[in-house]
Design a protein around this ligand. Sequence first.
Ligand code: C2E
Ligand code: MG
Ligand code: MG
Length: 625
Amino acid sequence: MNIELQCCALFIVFTIFVMFMREKKLDLMNRKLFFHALCACFGCLIFDILSVILINLAVHQGFSPIITSIVCKLYIMLLTLQGFCGYVYASTSLLPVDKTWAKVVKTLSYVIFIAGEILMFVLPIGYEAYDRVVYSYGPSTSVAYVLSAVYIISTILTTIAYRKQMPGRRLVAMLLWQGIWLLAAAIQFVAPQLLLMGFASAFGMVILYIQLENPSEYIDASTGLFTINALSAYVHDRYKFGKRFAMFTAKIHFISNGVDYNIEQDAIIRTARALVALGPEPAFRIDDDTFCVLYDDKERMYERASNIKMQKDGVNDIPAKGTYLLVPDSLLMNGPDEFFRFLHTYLESDAEIVEADKELVEKLREQNRVKELIDEALSEDRVEVFYQPFYNVRESCFDVAEALVRIRQKNGELVPPGVFIPVAEKSGQIIPLGIRVFEKVCEFLSKGEAIKYGLRQVEVNISAAQFDYENPARFVLEYLDEYGVEPGCINLEITETAAARNKDFMLRSMNKLIEEGISFSLDDFGTGRSNIDYFVNMPIKIIKFDHSFTKGFFNNVKIKHVMTGMIDIFHKMNMEIVVEGIEIEDQVGVMKDMGVEFIQGFYYSKPIPENELLAFLRDRNNIVS
Ligand code: C2E
Ligand code: MG
Ligand code: MG
């Protein structure tokens, strides 16, 4: 009898079925729909085999024509159901859920399907069997052919229409699946003895299972938890279908870098177990050392999360501690992108417990706006450099100026660096920004006017964090060469709003620049950000006392003593001193008496654009042009 291919197909589908049932499942819409399609395929194959057997029995041995007809009808109804499930599987993740037209399309497809199934059941069917050819015919079968064709074509068209919002792999898998179906139907049409349809649909299921529903992508091999891919699919699904959720995330920090690999793995496995023990909710491993559990509501999350075994100051006996991130309501964020941005940003924070609320999400949005502001300013050349001249006490002139970056907004207003430098340091935009500032400074110096009016050196700020991304020596030397600027005209001020992670690398890079004739200052001294390491171990020539420290000098006797002592120490170490934040004349006198080399402050000048600096230098350095 002509059922070999269907039996093979049944075996394949049964294998997928067993594997699918055995794996840990996540409540994902696509997985549910895949399961429906798999069941339809399974049922269809059983009735395919049954109908071939019964048709043969009915034609050759007089078996009941009524039962045979019913089985034949059930087979073609299941075949159509399979096509319908395929269409629903393909379209549900693609069509928008909130658009009226999409709802109409969905309702219509269900109505057509149900009407078709009823028609197939009530309309007459015939069947025939000779040699190896077995087939059914009649109005009922015709409805099945038409509907199946409609579903296959709709699936292909929907897939093609939404190809841009689909990962390439999904697109290929969907088209391959539907293409195989079409090919099998065409072959079966011309050669009815080849009952290929059942086998083709089983083959399609194999493609979908391996390419799209592959469990290895969703399960982390070493912990058995769900992976970041699973989390991404789950979160997208929840946002798409408007289902809110709460999330508890834990990141393990090993207290020292050299923790033994086995101890690390042990901590990870134990954390994974602790999370699984927290309840039936799905637990994910989203990074080597970061885990999360998703809950349907925040009450459940708070209740379960309070049971977490990991303590703030150690994972039991392991030298590690945790950072906890709680998201009580996913709808605080406006979609998966913002949700993951939030996760990414706040998991890196130093706080032990971060709880998402409106304020924090708004802060994230603000940061994002600042990032966009920087990107736009860079691409539209709205990054400007202002200069603040310093007074050289020994030479009684203004021969140094600090370059201070600003962003000019489209409406002409200026954004001060305090708003965007910390964001740029975190996002890495400090690299293009720093390069742009340096190029502008070189361009300015290359014109020669500032030097003609007595300017000897420009101090350019460079964040310690810049050394984490690249070697600044490269662009510094490149631009000096390109614009023909003497290295001695540049002094780099190291600012440490974000600490450098690799001090050795930083030191090598600094030494390379010093060899070329560039000098370094330590900025922000006295703010608590400037590390003692810098002036003891780093090749620093100038110390800049931050204006908060200078202010303290005039208001607080203790700070006055500290500052006086520090000035003495730095002078003994052959370093020069710049005091910042000098705003009134009396302060100038005091600082001169203290023996500082340079005075910077609003008393002399605020940071000003190039042309104003040139006028300032010319007037105050008494240069006759
Ligand atoms: P900073 O390097 O310590 O620069 C001195 C800051 O103090 C400037 O603020 C300046 O306007 C301000 N200042 C100067 N004199 C006085 C005064 O008498 N009173 C008061 N109240 N303030 C005074 P600005 O321009 O807003 O810059 C803030 C910070 O942004 C800088 O502090 C520096 O850390 C950073 N920054 C500026 N430009 C750059 C840059 O190109 N790259 C990097 N990485 N950081 C930069
Ligand atoms: Mg500075
Ligand atoms: Mg400073």
